[in-house]
Design a protein around this ligand. Structure first.
Ligand SMILES: Nc1ncnc2c1ncn2[C@@H]1O[C@H](COP(=O)(O)OP(=O)(O)OP(=O)(O)O)[C@@H](O)[C@H]1O
Length: 532
């Protein structure tokens, strides 16, 4: 008989009037991996926050029902209690200290590590830590995960994928860890990195650690999890061994519709483009972004097109908009509608109606303390004087108009919220991402850079986001430069796709080329038939 580690009994949670979890029951065995899936806002993070004793739960009136760990009722007052009881959590946001090295981050506040996972895996010589052993311990935690990261490097210099592994390495370095909750750990990883992580999770489970794994990538949930729980609107609608489920069925259960519509690839109605009408001319661009190499990128963007940029992690695709819009040092020349852009000068670029939705929605995306309608309208108001009305010569904010526009986006992008007055910080991660998009749309840009627009977005809402991009491209004539790690989504809506490799464009292909051709370019092989 399988030993039970965690039990949830009739767990419920409301934020004020908004009930987000109802009567949730489940069990998790020792050394088992439980997958938790559901649409954006279904209640996944809230459920995990309850288990991990996050302050937000107590601050908002606590929760109903009970959670048992090893048969005993738990009531963690804060995450420290949870950690002491052997429960760790890897959040959607990173909690690393940028100015510290990898080793310092992994072993922070963990002077005692006797009985750690690493010592269980690698033997008792790692059981007692001294200063010097920090390096060895963290190196071994990283080895357990199967990643090649130098423990002496500074975290600030690392690409996001590496930061994710460091977070996980820290959790497995803790003493007597029994359960690790992972909230979308693979969202920021490339496919190869995600595969390494999946292998690492299996290894951790094999030494008796239980894992709750949240992901929107259903394929990996099916690969790695023993059981899968599907949450819909706060209710458990399915709880089954993964062997008995498939992707179509999970997607259908998540959205509660039976027509399989969500898996359909968006087919863009191509519009006629004038290839000689160049809206943006990028020449010899270089960008100095940690973990990304943009060495020498040149491309001519045709007015009205959706131009995709694909490439493996670290090859430079994310660096392009981050350099042009001023997040990192940049050089080269970019002409927009025939005139030079002042590279790196964000405000002057935004004024020319070039907008950017960053892949880092938490870092640069939102004013978390402010309501949704403020977030949607803010840039347009600051940069373009939109949403202002003049009364007797004085400018006032037109709150009614701001709310009206926000309401429109709440509807078209299906943002799950109690209303446009709700604070951005109360939204689930995927819904925050949609607000970032709405904020860019509200500026009615002539050219829009979107970076990883569907990262963290559930399978049903992905289509909505891609449709919204396509709609603004066709109806508002917005030229779009879309950077994505998901080739299929680029192929579904782009007119042309550039593949970037080692900081340069390796080729530009039409989307109907085979995935194999793209893969070859991504890996640095040359192919015949590229049209650059
Ligand atoms: N602190 C809070 N105050 C008010 N409402 C909140 C708060 N935190 C979450 N909610 C609401 O609870 C619901 C569930 O959110 P939760 O973050 O659990 O969703 P999720 O399933 O993790 O979504 P995602 O996949 O987008 O991360 C959402 O409607 C959200 O707006």
């Amino acid at each position: 008989m399988e030993e039970v580690l965690l039990q949830a009994k009739n767990v419920g949670k409301s934020f004020g009037e908004n009930t987000v979890l109802r009567d949730v029951n489940f069990e998790l065995g020792k050394g088992k991996i439980l997958g938790l899936v559901g649409e954006n806002g279904a209640g996944k993070s809230t459920l995990m926050n309850i288990i991990f004793g996050m302050g937000v739960i107590a601050d908002t009136g606590g929760y109903d029902g009970e959670i048992l760990l090893d048969g005993k009722k738990i009531d963690f007052k804060n995450p420290i209690d949870a950690l002491n009881a052997g429960v760790g959590m890897v959040h959607q946001e990173f909690n690393l200290i940028p100015g510290f090295t990898v080793a310092e981050n992994i072993t922070l506040n963990m002077e005692e590590t006797s009985g750690s996972v690493v010592s269980k895996v690698l033997g008792s010589k790692y059981a007692i830590i001294d200063e010097k052993a920090n390096l060895t311990i963290s190196g071994n935690s990283l080895d357990t995960l199967g990643v090649d990261i130098n423990p002496q490097e500074y975290v600030s210099e690392m690409p996001v994928g590496h930061k994710q592994f460091i977070e996980i390495a820290r959790e497995i370095t803790r003493k007597d860890v029994k359960l690790i909750i992972m909230d979308e750990p693979t969202a920021v990883l490339t496919e190869t990195e995600a595969d390494i992580l999946i292998e690492a999770l299996k290894k951790l489970a094999s030494i008796g650690i239980s894992i709750i794994f949240i992901s929107h990538r259903l394929r990996e949930i099916l690969t790695v999890c023993d059981d899968i729980i599907v949450l819909r609107d706060g209710l458990v609608v399915e709880n089954k061994p993964s062997k008995e489920l498939n992707i179509d069925e999970i997607a259908r259960l998540m959205v509660g519709r039976g027509d399989g519509e969500n898996e359909k690839v968006v087919q863009k109605d191509r519009k006629a483009l004038d290839e000689n009408n160049i809206i943006m001319d990028i020449e010899n661009l270089w960008v100095d972004m940690p973990g990304e190499q943009v060495v020498d990128v040149s491309a001519k963007i045709v007015a009205g097109e959706i131009f995709g940029i694909a490439g493996l992690a670290g090859q430079g695709k994310l660096g392009i908009p981050n350099g042009i819009l001023g997040t990192y040092p940049v050089g080269g020349k970019v002409k927009f509608k025939g005139e030079d852009l002042k590279l790196g000068d964000t405000l002057s670029i935004l004024k020319r109606r070039v907008a950017f939705v960053s892949e880092d929605r938490r870092g640069v995306g939102l004013l978390l303390e402010e309501p949704i309608y403020w977030n949607v309208a803010f840039n347009a108001m600051q940069v373009q004087d939109k949403f202002l009305k003049k009364i007797m010569g004085i400018k006032f904010r037109d709150e009614a108009k701001m709310k009206e526009v926000a309401d429109e986006y709440i509807e078209t992008l299906a943002i799950k919220t109690t209303g446009s007055g709700e604070k951005a910080q109360n939204l689930s991660g995927g819904n925050q991402q949609k607000v970032c998009l709405a904020k860019a749309f509200a500026m009615e840009p002539e050219l829009l850079f979107v970076s990883e627009p569907t990262r963290g977005i559930d399978i049903g809402a992905k289509e909505l986001v891609l449709d919204a991009l396509k709609k603004t491209n066709i109806e508002d004539d917005t030229t779009i430069i879309m950077i994505s790690s998901e080739l299929e989504e680029l192929r579904s809506i782009c007119d042309r796709i550039a593949v970037i490799c080692e900081g340069k464009i390796a080729g530009i292909l039409s989307p109907d080329n085979s995935p194999e051709k793209f893969a070859l370019l991504m890996s640095g092989e040359s192919i015949e038939g590229g049209d650059n």
